[in-house]
Design a protein around this ligand. Structure first.
Ligand SMILES: *[C@@H]1O[C@H](CO)[C@@H](O)[C@H](O)[C@H]1NC(C)=O
Ligand SMILES: *[C@@H]1O[C@H](CO)[C@@H](O)[C@H](O)[C@H]1NC(C)=O
Ligand SMILES: *[C@@H]1O[C@H](CO)[C@@H](O)[C@H](O)[C@H]1NC(C)=O
Ligand SMILES: *[C@@H]1O[C@H](CO)[C@@H](O)[C@H](O)[C@H]1NC(C)=O
Length: 246
């Protein structure tokens, strides 16, 4: 039996609201100056024949995201070396209030409205903690979609007992990432209550991506993989479909 997506959405949001109750409307965003430390990572699989439609839908979401004051960075990407037609949305927040506002906002609602027609299954909304980040994209870059062109996503699964060590390694490589001039936006994510992490990283060019893949941080991460992770990470390449930065 197929469950209508609106019901799934309600289920996703009510589960979410259970762990993170909606704050009162009059709560001030005390984290307005904090670094982004919360995110959502949402892989999306297109139905066969709807890749163009999903691409257009994601590009069309930019003005909606721009109208959300507490959604700070928002990226929509299309995996390019992956066996099934997969996209992902990654966005960041300075507060739980901002994240909840986004989940209840127009973009997520439009995504679920389009899911039956365009997607192979409901979007899988994964709340993440950002354990370390470098964000070179600032609002003054202008059109972020034009600036950020390609990237990588690297899912990591820690062995039991190695979750803290994996987190420490991800935090520990940040100085090396800061040294990589062509690595623009880099996020290390932790999915709470799982053994799962992910790296998501953006570049202005293929040259930047190659430099990162051949650099010291990538080598260090691969060197620690056997100790920390259940398997060597599967690096996935993507093109940036749309991005907007506050
Ligand atoms: C996808 O886009 C094409 C071209 O605009 C359109 O003809 C088609 O109806 C769209 N498909 C869906 C499922 O919306
Ligand atoms: C931003 O750049 C992208 C890619 O070059 C382009 O498709 C889009 O129209 C631009 N957006 C604006 C608002 O200029
Ligand atoms: C992992 O880290 C958390 C929080 O930093 C701590 O509470 C916990 O005891 C640590 N677990 C282990 C197995 O060291
Ligand atoms: C995708 O690209 C990455 C980075 O270049 C590579 O490590 C990985 O093996 C590729 N995956 C596939 C399925 O081709």
């Amino acid at each position: 039996m197929r469950i209508p997506l609106t019901i799934l959405l309600a289920a996703v949001l009510s589960t979410y609201a259970f762990v993170t109750p909606l704050p009162d409307d009059d709560v001030v965003d005390v984290n307005a100056d904090a670094t982004v430390h919360l995110g959502l990572f949402v892989p999306i699989v297109a139905k066969s024949g709807t890749v163009e439609n999903v691409t257009q839908f994601l590009a069309s979401a930019v003005p909606l995201v721009e109208a959300e004051p507490k959604t700070i960075q928002w990226y929509a990407v299309k995996y390019t070396n992956f066996s099934i037609p997969t996209f992902a949305i990654f966005d960041t927040f300075r507060s739980e209030e901002g994240r909840v506002a986004h989940l209840n906002g127009k973009v997520v609602s439009a995504l679920f409205d389009n899911a039956d027609a365009l997607l192979d299954g409901a979007p899988d909304i994964k709340p993440a903690k950002i354990v370390a980040s470098k964000v070179a994209s600032k609002p003054d870059i202008g059109n972020a979609t034009a600036w950020l062109t390609v990237g990588l996503t690297i899912p990591l699964t820690a062995k039991p007992g190695q979750v803290n060590a994996t987190r420490e390694v991800l935090v520990g490589v940040l100085p090396g990432i800061e040294q990589e001039a062509l690595t623009l936006d880099w996020y290390a994510l932790e999915f709470p209550d799982t053994n799962s992490f992910a790296i998501i990283v953006f570049f202005a060019s293929e040259e930047g991506r190659n430099a990162h893949l051949n650099g010291q941080v990538a080598a260090a991460l691969f060197a620690s993989a056997e100790t920390l992770l259940t398997a060597l990470p599967d690096v996935v390449e993507f093109d940036v479909v749309a991005a907007t930065i506050k």
